[in-house]
Design a protein around this ligand. Structure first.
Ligand code: ADP
Ligand code: 2DT
Length: 212
């Protein structure tokens, strides 16, 4: 019998919600329980396209807003062959940000509709589960100051949060909202339970296509 495929699990959420912490914890826990798992992160700043994005985020270069949106999307598409290979080999992928961040951040800029922003990511591998780590700005502030990269201001992040709320209303995607104000261990237990359930449900189904 062909091996069961891995699941595609995405973590999204505002700055300092705990995405990176929880992705690491989840991969570690799955591996310890004998389930192949690997972490990925978007933007992946190591590729040629990722280096252009990194320079933009660090304000070392300027890029026209449509152009940078398409680069973020291209950065996902260039990794699709690797993602599919791993999923088909049975490895579950835990991903720190995906197309939802792409849409939420660009559509927070003036003059961008969510529909325009979604188009370049249509047909990407569809996540089996998207975990949204919900955290209010006051609690996020207790976890440290904003960094110095582009987009790291409270006024911009408030608009991003509203765009995420619109995306979460889309029932074609398996969203689960997690209270990220709980302790790291509590959040981890919630996330692990939902992930194992999604992994078991995904293994007999083909990989879907996002927003098609
Ligand atoms: P993100 O990737 O969403 O920006 P991080 O995982 O980098 O968030 O976490 C941001 C900061 O908050 C880190 O210092 C991390 O240790 C801390 N942190 C993460 N989760 C929690 C939590 N549940 N409670 C308290 N602090 C947390
Ligand atoms: P971090 O590397 O700290 O997560 O910040 N972004 C991300 C976009 O504008 N579009 C995208 O498609 C993605 C994946 C969110 C990366 C910053 O880049 C933003 C914060």
């Amino acid at each position: 019998m062909a091996c069961k495929r891995g699941a595609l699990i995405v973590l999204e959420g505002v700055d300092r919600a705990g995405k990176t912490t929880q992705c690491n914890r989840l991969v570690e826990a799955l591996q310890l329980s004998g389930r192949p798992a690997a972490m990925m992160k978007f933007p992946d700043r190591t590729t040629t396209i990722g280096k252009l994005i990194n320079s933009y985020l660090e304000s070392k270069s300027d890029l026209e807003d449509h152009t940078v949106h398409l680069l973020f999307s291209a950065n996902r598409w260039e990794l699709v062959p690797l993602m599919k290979k791993k999923l088909e080999e049975g490895t579950t992928l835990i991903i720190d940000r995906y197309a939802f961040s792409g849409v939420a951040f660009t559509s927070a800029k003036p003059g961008f509709s969510m529909n325009w922003c979604m188009n370049p990511d249509m047909g990407l591998p569809k996540p089996d589960l998207v975990l949204f780590l919900q955290l209010n700005p006051a609690t996020a502030a207790q976890r440290g100051q904003f960094g110095t990269e582009r987009y790291e201001t409270s006024s911009f992040q408030q608009i991003v949060q509203r765009r995420f709320e619109e995306l979460i209303a889309d029932t074609s995607v398996n969203w689960q909202v997690i209270d990220a104000s709980q302790s790291i261990d509590e959040v981890h237990e919630n996330i692990k339970r939902l992930s194992v359930k999604a992994m078991n449900a995904a293994e007999d189904w083909p990989i879907g296509e996002l927003w098609t």
